[in-house]
Design a protein around this ligand. Structure first.
Ligand code: ADP
Ligand code: GN1
Ligand code: MG
Length: 363
């Protein structure tokens, strides 16, 4: 997209007589983010919303507005300082809308930029402990959000039964003709399918509740300040009802991995038990008061579940011809699938230990 077009979009949200600069930021798989500097108005973050994935942009933006307003009220009532750096602040267009649709049909949103912040792709146990506290706090703050349930911005997003249904459909169709090369991994997924769908069964039996979850508790969705304190949870597109196992598990999948999510060197991929322990400790400090015993008992399973789910999602996309995730090389989704599966195996090998860590922290 040309700079001129981007500047024109910025001006739908912000009026200035000064200069506007636009720079791409970050490496998300879904939306496109830009840092906007408007002189003298300040810094902003503009995102192009991926409306192929988030099909109801009105509902999406309405969720984010409700979530950020509710958190803001909570922080205000606790007299927390510097609130603009502790919760995202959406900006409306000049027409009072929470997104702008350009002539090409793209959807855009604008928010305040959180200054002097850093996010990490890999973190230390000390930061993991703080991140655990922050995500526990996030769930706790949203427990009493008024106005009825939030919209599922992606229906059945973390529903393992539904993910497996899609996976089987994709395998059956074999659209990109890649199935024969990945049959072993497909078999490994099927071997675990019964066990990995137990959360949905427990929910139907009334044993596992749904709560408001972030549903993308990646390490890089937490902003820290320069001294290592948590500022803010970001990337609120997927905040919706789900099982707490999702949020706990997805952090472990992305944070407690000695390798990268898409590591080409599988020898580097394994569970990092120090990070696992630190995050569990932090999370349970802020979440223990509202979690049921069944939820706590299943947290360690949640780590396996989300790693398994991500393997299924990357592999589905690979077999289907790379339609969902942005890829950076032809076999990127396969490389991601292999790395996630390796992490799952490492979690399986260490399962007794991670269960023990959860039990200890819950005491
Ligand atoms: P994606 O869906 O692509 O992951 P995010 O909303 O997570 O997009 O934004 C990408 C990155 O931009 C984040 O990981 C974070 O580092 C940074 N970021 C997001 N929102 C803000 C903000 N308001 N201020 C400063 N940095 C931000
Ligand atoms: C996507 O936006 P990003 O890159 O943080 C995806 C997550 C996956 C993740 C895998 C809406 O998240 O669910 O876990 O990639 N988001 C969506 O890295 O599908
Ligand atoms: Mg993100």
């Amino acid at each position: 997209m040309s700079d001129n077009k981007l500047v024109k979009i910025v001006s739908e949200f912000i009026s200035t007589t000064g200069t506007i600069s636009v720079d791409p930021l970050g490496a998300g798989h879904i939306n496109d983010s830009y840092i906007i500097v408007v002189n003298p108005e300040g810094e902003f973050l503009m995102q192009r919303i991926n409306h192929y994935i988030f099909k109801d942009v009105d509902a999406l933006q309405n969720n984010i507005l409700r979530v950020t307003k509710h958190i803001r009220h909570k922080l205000e009532s606790q007299n927390i300082p510097d609130i603009d750096r502790r919760v995202l602040t959406l900006l409306p267009t000049h027409d009072g809308k929470w997104y702008y649709r350009d002539n090409d049909g793209n959807y855009w949103r604008m928010m305040k930029f959180i200054s002097d912040s850093v996010s990490y792709e890999a973190i230390t146990p000390e930061l993991a402990y703080k991140a655990g506290r922050a995500f526990g706090e996030f769930q706790s703050m949203l427990a009493d959000i008024p106005g009825g349930p939030l919209t599922e911005t992606i229906p059945n997003f973390h529903n393992m039964e539904s993910r497996l249904e899609t996976f089987r459909e994709v395998v059956k169709n074999n659209l990109a003709g890649r199935l024969s090369k990945v049959q072993d991994l497909v078999d490994e997924i099927e071997k675990r399918a019964e066990d990995m769908t137990k959360a949905e069964r427990m929910h139907r039996e009334g044993k596992l509740p749904k709560r408001i979850n972030h549903c993308d508790t990646k390490v890089n969705n937490i902003l820290f300040d320069k001294t290592g304190n948590v500022l803010c949870v970001v990337d609120l597109d997927t905040v919706m009802p789900g099982y707490v196992l999702s949020d706990f598990g997805d952090f472990m999948r992305t944070g407690a991995n000695n390798g990268a999510e898409d590591d080409a060197d599988l020898n580097k991929v394994s569970i990092n038990l120090d990070i696992f322990e630190a995050y569990t400790k932090g999370y349970l400090e802020t979440a223990k008061s509202f979690l049921t015993p069944v939820e706590v008992e299943n947290l360690a399973f949640g780590a396996k579940l989300l790693t398994y789910m991500q393997t299924v999602r990357f592999l589905s996309d690979y077999i289907d011809g790379d339609k969902y995730y942005k890829i950076h090389s032809p076999k990127h989704n396969l490389q991601r699938s292999n790395a996630q599966f390796k992490l799952l195996q490492s979690m399986e090998e260490n399962f007794d230990r991670i269960q023990e860590i959860v039990n200890e922290a819950a005491k």
